[in-house]
Design a binder for this molecule. Structure first.
Ligand SMILES: [Zn+2]
Length: 439
């Protein structure tokens, strides 16, 4: 691939960087070759193809650290009455009416539309958890084929649990193992081991999945204490809180990505920090299920670096960043917690580290060429002092005009180049009608 010079209006390389006007990047293949003033880049790379982004602010692409693509088939479906709690949400609604009914056609259609939505809104990479116990085997290959067409960077996994029996759970473990092995070393699409929770997986099951993940060096992810339900049950069953229970199994280390982490006590946070566990925070979906508010400022104070995820609920990084920015200020009655700069780091470099793609999340030579351009026409002047607040609070997915992943153009001038959104919407709507037995 020839070199490309993206001439930006301004550039913000990371949460630690300064705002630079008239800066751009040079892309060579899948990597960033140079980041700097437009004039210098042009002079040093005269033959590079020019992509005009002069009205845009170039920033690292956002990372969706925890996603359920299939979730959009269940967006806005009326349940009659709101579930009475987190467990009821799963047992009466989500498990029987969504997860257990998913098949390959539904999964593929939802996945394509979810990828299109993510590109549109500014995500360049994501970590997906398919929760479809009856869809193995080959569900991940179905997703991979779609993902390859869309050009996004993704980590794919299917959730393994013993909820419908150990046999089905083991099938999902094997599917993850086979997929991770087959795509090991692939920078764009790879796999990860995935289990559900301490209330749907036994000690032996958890240990086996972790051993396989360690052998394959593919990492392992799980849902952790999304509400008080899991710690209460764990205390009753084992006399231990969930983090302590996993800890005595030797489960925690830096290959583990724990999502949610809502109902954690200070000792549990200390354990996670001491073991170097990676985390993903979902401010919006935590509220949706009435799970509570995750102790994220406390996590960060102990040195943990959580990424941000949509959980497949509202798939727009700006909405999720606003959630993370606002919810903790309200809960702690302190406007100083969760500054915009921290939230920006969570959505970019911390998220990239959390999902194990540490070469993304920042714009610098040698890093992966994953970046987006957002409309620069802010109402109040954009300054060094307000750039993070302006981006998080006063932009939305609709303001993303340019998306480049792995050096390839996925969106230009606000037009998606790899996903036909009209067709994707129609196909997903047809599959959602199948799922809900509606005409
Ligand atoms: Zn989730």
């Amino acid at each position: 691939m020839a070199k490309r010079f993206v001439r930006g209006g301004a550039l913000l390389a990371s949460a630690e960087a300064s705002l630079n006007w008239d800066w751009g990047v040079v892309i060579d293949g899948s990597l960033l070759a140079a980041v700097g003033p437009n004039d210098e880049l042009r002079a040093a790379h005269p033959d590079a193809e020019v992509i005009d982004a002069s009205g845009l602010l170039l920033i690292p692409g956002f990372v969706n650290a925890h996603m359920h693509s299939y979730g959009l088939l269940a967006h806005g479906i009326p349940v009659g009455a709101a579930p009475a709690g987190f467990y009821e949400f799963l047992s009466d609604f989500w498990w029987p009416r969504v997860e257990d009914r998913l098949d390959h056609a539904m999964i593929a259609a939802a996945f394509r539309l979810a990828c299109g939505m993510m590109i549109r809104a500014g995500f360049t990479s994501f970590c997906d958890v398919l929760e479809a116990p009856n869809a193995a085997p080959d569900a991940l290959e179905v997703e991979r084929e779609v993902l390859e067409e869309t050009g996004l960077r993704g980590i794919l996994s299917i959730e393994a649990s013993e909820r419908l029996g150990t046999k089905l759970g083991e099938k999902a473990v094997s599917e993850n193992a086979e997929f991770a092995e087959k795509h090991a070393g692939d920078q764009l699409i790879c796999g990860m081991m995935c289990i559900h929770t301490s209330f749907t997986c036994s000690e032996g099951f958890v240990k086996r999945a972790k051993e396989i993940a360690d052998e394959l060096k593919c990492g392992i992810q799980l849902h952790l204490s999304e509400s008080q339900y899991e710690p209460e049950l764990s205390l009753k069953r084992y006399g231990l809180r969930p983090v302590e229970w996993y800890d005595q199994l030797g489960f925690w280390d830096s290959s583990v990505l724990a999502s949610q982490g809502v109902a954690l006590d200070p000792e549990e946070i200390e354990i996670l920090a001491a073991r170097g566990v990676r985390l993903a925070h979902m401010p919006l979906s935590n509220c949706e299920v009435g799970g509570g508010i995750a102790p994220v400022p406390e996590m960060i104070a102990t040195g943990l670096r959580p990424g941000l995820g949509t959980d497949g609920y509202i798939n727009d990084p700006f909405e999720v960043m606003r959630g993370a920015f606002l919810i903790h200020k309200g809960a702690l009655r302190d406007p100083r917690v969760m500054p915009a700069k921290t939230v920006f780091a969570m959505a970019t470099s911390w998220g990239a580290e959390a999902i194990g793609i540490s070469a993304a999340g920042k714009l610098a030579p040698g890093m992966l060429a994953d970046l987006i351009g957002i409309d620069l026409s802010f109402i109040t002047p954009l300054t060094e002092g307000n750039v993070f607040d302006q981006v998080i609070l006063y932009r939305s997915g609709n303001d993303v005009r340019l998306s480049i992943v792995n050096g390839a153009l996925l969106m230009k001038d606000g037009e998606l180049l790899t996903v036909d959104m009209e067709q994707a919407r129609r196909a997903a709507a047809a599959q959602a009608r199948r799922l809900w037995n509606m005409r």
